[in-house]
Design a protein around this ligand. Structure first.
Ligand SMILES: [Zn+2]
Length: 212
């Protein structure tokens, strides 16, 4: 049976990074004994906080000695950011809000590791009404209820969804349909090499391009 990690939406807290108070999609894996939450995805509305957090986390870890903040932001906005290491939160740094997928199967085969960052592609996940507490209208008066285009179940559309839909052509799916569509499937390293070379090679190429 294929292994699936547990996937949740949870609110980050006490990390000391800009993601505190933000809701992220996080995964928990057998391979590290369920000891942490791994960043797995996020809504476009959280992108700025996640970008700032990644930048600071990389600085703190000593990864960003050789390029500037402008280069970092440029890479991020171009969708070319690749984390040098997994970004994980302690168990008590996450308040679990919604379970999207329970862990399934036995320990993963060697080589299966979490996909880490902004892999939402062209789909925006909308929270299913059945996974919320029934007080969505009170908590988020600006959200509108819609039917999931695939399964027809009631889900909620945040305010910025239409703007992002127009600007970037994202499709809407409820979180369950998104998971079924393979959106949150485990990432197998090496299956998808970047034609422009690895991260260090591309950064070097970009710097050289800019000097010309
Ligand atoms: Zn659906």
């Amino acid at each position: 049976m294929e292994y699936k990690p547990k996937i949740i939406n949870g609110k980050a807290q006490n990390t000391g990074y800009p993601i505190d108070g933000h809701v992220l999609t996080l995964s928990q894996w057998d391979y590290d004994n369920h000891a942490s939450w791994h960043l797995y995805g996020w809504e476009p509305s959280e992108d700025e906080a996640v970008m700032e957090t990644m930048y600071r986390a990389e600085l703190d870890a000593g990864f960003r000695a050789d390029d500037t903040r402008e280069e970092f932001v440029e890479t991020w906005k171009a969708g070319e950011y690749e984390p040098p290491a997994a970004f994980a939160l302690e168990l008590d740094q996450v308040e679990v809000l919604e379970v999207l997928q329970e862990e399934e199967g036995t320990a993963p085969a060697a080589g299966i590791r979490p996909r880490e960052l902004h892999d939402k592609g062209g789909i925006m996940c909308l929270p299913l009404d059945q996974n919320l507490n029934g007080d969505t209208q009170a908590k988020h008066p600006e959200w509108t209820p819609i039917s999931c285009p695939r399964c027809g179940r009631k889900c909620w559309k945040p305010t910025e969804a239409d703007r992002i839909h127009k600007a970037q052509g994202v499709r809407f799916l409820c979180t369950e349909c998104a998971i079924k569509a393979g959106l949150l499937a485990p990432y197998k390293p090496g299956s998808n090499p970047n034609p422009a070379g690895n991260r260090a090679q591309r950064r070097r190429a970009n710097r050289e391009k800019r000097r010309k």
